[in-house]
Design a protein around this ligand. Structure first.
Ligand SMILES: Nc1nc2c(ncn2[C@@H]2O[C@H](COP(=O)(O)OP(=O)(O)O)[C@@H](O)[C@H]2O)c(=O)[nH]1
Ligand SMILES: [Mg+2]
Length: 196
């Protein structure tokens, strides 16, 4: 599978506005500042598609992008682990939007969970992975910013992260949007899960 075109369709702020476009959905999740917007732009080959924001954690929306004229939808989920603490109200809204989407979208085929390759997975990363596993939502871990490490160190980090998360290494993909690394592997996993 090759991503040829990608187009922003809409943003959704509340659970009752979650959309069904009649196509499979690939969601992208991760802590704010993990490189999610950069990853989406790299993956789709469209520099300004997802805004790389200077104010992490500002976006609490689901953003839908149509890939290859609707072959599938890419869904950009709100970043978690905000630099700025959320009020209880904002937290509840965020949980409701994410929780509802992840557990009730009938077209959701795969969640790509992004994590910084240099870091130990955070509590929130672990919670996301256990949440997806508990709700039987297919997911793969995408390690970002691999350009920050040597090849050997990146390989070691991949094994270490796999072991912390209790996952097989096959479910973890090394990427760098800066060095344009890992797109083929990500596209292969997307293709595999879209077919299921
Ligand atoms: N070295 C490096 N930095 C990256 C990469 N991807 C993103 N960044 C940087 O990480 C920061 C956050 O990126 P952004 O895509 O806005 O993250 P988001 O908050 O998860 O959407 C920015 O300063 C980016 O330039 C990467 O592959 N390599
Ligand atoms: Mg972003």
């Amino acid at each position: 599978m090759e991503i040829k075109t990608a187009k922003f369709i809409t943003s959704v702020a509340t659970p009752d506005n979650i959309k069904d476009f009649g196509a499979g959905e690939i969601a992208v999740a991760g802590r704010s500042n993990v490189g999610k917007s950069s990853f989406i732009n790299y993956l789709t080959g469209r520099k300004g598609l997802a805004k790389t924001s200077s104010t992490p954690g500002k976006t609490r929306l689901l953003n839908y992008f149509a890939v290859n004229d609707g072959q599938f939808m890419l869904v950009d989920l709100p970043g978690y682990g905000f630099a700025v603490k959320l009020s209880d109200d904002e937290r509840r809204r965020w949980d409701a939007l994410m929780g509802t989407y992840l557990t009730s979208s009938p077209r959701l085929k795969l969640v790509l969970v992004l994590m910084d390759i240099r870091r130990e997975p955070s509590e929130l990363d672990k919670q996301m992975v256990s949440f997806l596993a508990a709700h039987i939502v297919p997911f793969a871990v995408v390690l970002t910013k691999a350009d920050k490490l040597s090849r050997a160190a990146a390989g070691r980090q991949k094994s270490a992260i796999a072991s912390v998360l209790k996952l097989g290494v096959d479910n973890i993909i090394i990427t760098s949007s800066l060095n344009k690394q890992g797109k083929e592997d990500v596209c292969a996993v997307i293709e595999k899960y879209l077919a299921e």
